[in-house]
Ligand binder design. Structure first.
Ligand SMILES: [Zn+2]
Length: 264
């Protein structure tokens, strides 16, 4: 495997990491990891963050046990703030014990906003245990219904300056608003997953290039695609990011490596 990565990475002259991966939930865990490794090899990706979701049918412990055999992957655990705080605390501690480097909050999927009374205790625990907090930052039109709004992201990052946050999908159609909040907030990274694949027309794709160029040390390359489309999607994304005028090494490699180095 490392030979393939080396050959492919020589083509791109750097190792490339994907900050937003999931296992295919239609497969058994081991088969899902093998499929993921094979996809990454084909696409020339060296490793990345694999995010467990509560919507997946396998347990977090089985998931992280299986992934721990693959050092190129780092694990995030999905936490649901609507659960009892005692259970949440157990789950976050267990995530740390199992080697996860972060937790994932998914307001849109689990229908809450960042003012929920369990959010602050979750952030405090993540701070104590030195875990990254990854929050889905893609508004699919349901945010107002949930009482979720984008300043809540910055408020949390300001309240917990020792926690590194990842705002997933870089803000969706609000890429510029999220870039400006990140500009005033030192402890935030943004992953570029999903957004460039989603918007087939309009200014968002162009704006995403602009925000990466204007804040190049904060953006992490990510995909979040369907497993069976991985190689093709990565190819499209490489073409798209060729339009960047900033140093793509930061997006593909060094921002990721820097963030991971803080958790090793
Ligand atoms: Zn995702």
């Amino acid at each position: 495997m490392s030979e393939i990565i080396l050959i492919l990475s020589l083509n791109y002259k750097m190792l490339i990491y994907d900050s937003h991966l999931h296992l295919d939930e239609n497969l058994q865990i081991e088969d899902g990891i093998k499929a993921l490794v094979s996809n990454l090899n084909s696409a020339g990706i060296a490793g990345g963050f694999v995010i467990h979701l509560l919507s997946q049918k396998f347990s977090f412990t089985d998931f992280s046990n299986a992934i721990s055999l693959y050092p190129e992957f780092k694990v995030f655990r999905n936490i649901d703030p609507r659960e009892e705080l005692n259970l949440i605390s157990l789950e976050i501690n267990q995530a740390k014990d199992f080697g996860a480097i972060g937790i994932k909050l998914h307001p849109r999927q689990q229908e809450f906003n960042l003012m929920h009374s369990n959010i602050k205790p979750i952030c405090e625990l993540a701070q104590d245990l030195h875990l990254i907090i990854n929050i889905c930052a893609f508004d699919d039109g349901s945010w107002h219904r949930l009482g979720l709004n984008y300043p809540q992201f910055q408020m949390l990052a300001d309240l917990y300056p020792k926690v590194n946050f990842i705002w997933s999908h870089a803000g969706g159609h609000r890429v510029i608003d999220f870039m400006f909040m990140a500009r005033r907030t030192g402890n935030v990274f943004l992953d570029t997953s999903f957004t460039p694949n989603y918007f087939f027309r309009g200014s968002v794709k162009e704006d995403l290039l602009y925000v990466i160029e204007s804040l190049p040390n904060r953006y992490l390359f990510g995909t979040d695609p369907l497993a069976n489309e991985y190689e093709a999607k990565v190819k499209d994304l490489f073409e798209y990011f060729k339009n960047l005028q900033s140093d793509t090494n930061q997006l593909f490699n060094s921002n990721y490596k820097h963030l991971v180095s803080l958790y090793e």
